[in-house]
Design a protein around this ligand. Structure first.
Ligand code: 3EB
Length: 347
């Protein structure tokens, strides 16, 4: 399943699961997609288009974030089981027996239209997953340009949060334990892209013992709080995995270590370790702390921080764990980096 990984590595724990993640070179993606062992759920290109997807039926998107490591990788989600493709309005859909992968990639629109568009797309996604019988959101990614641009005294991230909140509140009522894991990060250019994984059977949404739940943040961060969980645990017959949301140098609700990327990285890694260990303790999932991380995606405000990020990660993450490092705008201006992860249960 993971030709770029060495045998015996943490991510082999994903083998046989209803989904696998690959951060792979374009030629590896082509081979995986053409082979008969893997069916594509979705394919995300960061930077430019990395291979020709003209006529592709599976959900795909290009996100305007430069990759800071060479060679560039594609984020490819595959299923060992066959996948059926469809398109419903703006949503490209891939359905396997257990999982639905969807993506929306549209003109980002300017304020004041942006916020309503976010609400509309979220409402459409929620209606789709209900109608198709995959009502349980596991993970959502949100990318759009101009995340710090201010209009009507709110920045675009705050407008995004308001639109998302409206759709999710209409759907769920109260949020406790209902919101999925997510990332929401600023791109340099390109569309508003929302992609997601939903399931027939529920996951377990988790919070971080070192952080206030984002959906309870005080109003200083915006009129509507960010609506996501810190992580979502999903049990498959072959083992559990943990979708870890974008995680930053926030303790409680406050940003820590302004202007100090090394300290922000260390704080972020403490947050990740606490979240993974707390989930393992509470649920019995066999996650081996940071050693169980199978994939990392790092959003970095300034490419100059790249060497210290590599050094900091090398100290705690095994060398074979694929990391995608992207130039991106983080939603709070005092945050210099954010890290998301996939964690696999030990075999
Ligand atoms: C934070 O902890 C940092 O709005 O969906 C991380 C992950 C962050 C997801 C989101 C925001 C989101 O508040 C920012």
């Amino acid at each position: 399943m993971m030709p770029h990984r060495q045998a015996g590595h943490a991510s082999d724990a994903h083998a046989g699961q209803p989904l696998a993640l690959h951060y792979c070179r374009p030629d590896e993606a082509r081979r995986l997609v053409a082979g008969d062992g893997a069916h594509v759920l979705g394919e995300i290109h960061f930077g430019g288009w990395l291979r020709d997807l003209e006529g592709a039926r599976h959900p795909h998107a290009r996100v305007g974030m430069t990759q800071l490591d060479a060679p560039p990788r594609i984020e490819l989600w595959t299923s060992p089981a066959p996948v059926a493709y469809d398109r419903v309005g703006d949503i490209a859909v891939a359905e396997s027996a257990e999982l639905l992968f969807g993506s929306v990639s549209v003109d980002p629109l300017r304020e004041p239209a942006f916020e309503g568009a976010v609400e509309r797309h979220y409402t459409a996604i929620l209606a789709l997953i209900e109608a198709r019988g995959y009502p349980h959101l596991l993970r959502m990614w949100n990318y759009f340009p101009g995340i710090a641009k201010v209009s009507a005294s709110l920045d675009r991230y705050q407008h995004f949060c308001r639109g998302r909140y409206q759709a999710l509140a209409d759907h769920f009522g109260d949020f406790d334990g209902k919101l999925p894991s997510a990332s929401a990060v600023g791109s340099s250019d390109g569309p508003l892209t929302i992609y997601f994984i939903a399931a027939r059977a529920p996951g377990v949404h988790r919070e971080n013992p070192r952080q206030m739940s984002a959906y309870r943040y005080p109003p200083q961060y915006g009129p509507r709080s960010p609506s996501f969980a810190r992580a979502t645990l999903k049990r498959f017959p072959q083992g559990a995995c943990l979708f870890v949301s974008g995680t930053a140098s926030i303790v409680g609700h406050e940003s820590r270590h302004p202007g100090d990327p090394a300290a922000q990285l260390a704080e972020t890694l403490r947050n990740l370790r606490a979240l993974i260990e707390d989930t393992a303790r509470d649920t019995g999932a066999r996650f081996d702390g940071l050693a169980g991380v199978s994939h990392l995606k790092v959003y970095l405000r300034d490419p100059a921080f790249l060497p210290l990020v590599h050094a900091g990660l090398d100290a705690v993450i095994a060398p074979g764990v694929p990391r995608l490092i992207l130039r991106a705008d983080i939603c709070r201006t005092d945050l210099l980096l954010e890290i998301e992860a996939l964690v696999a249960e030990a075999p």
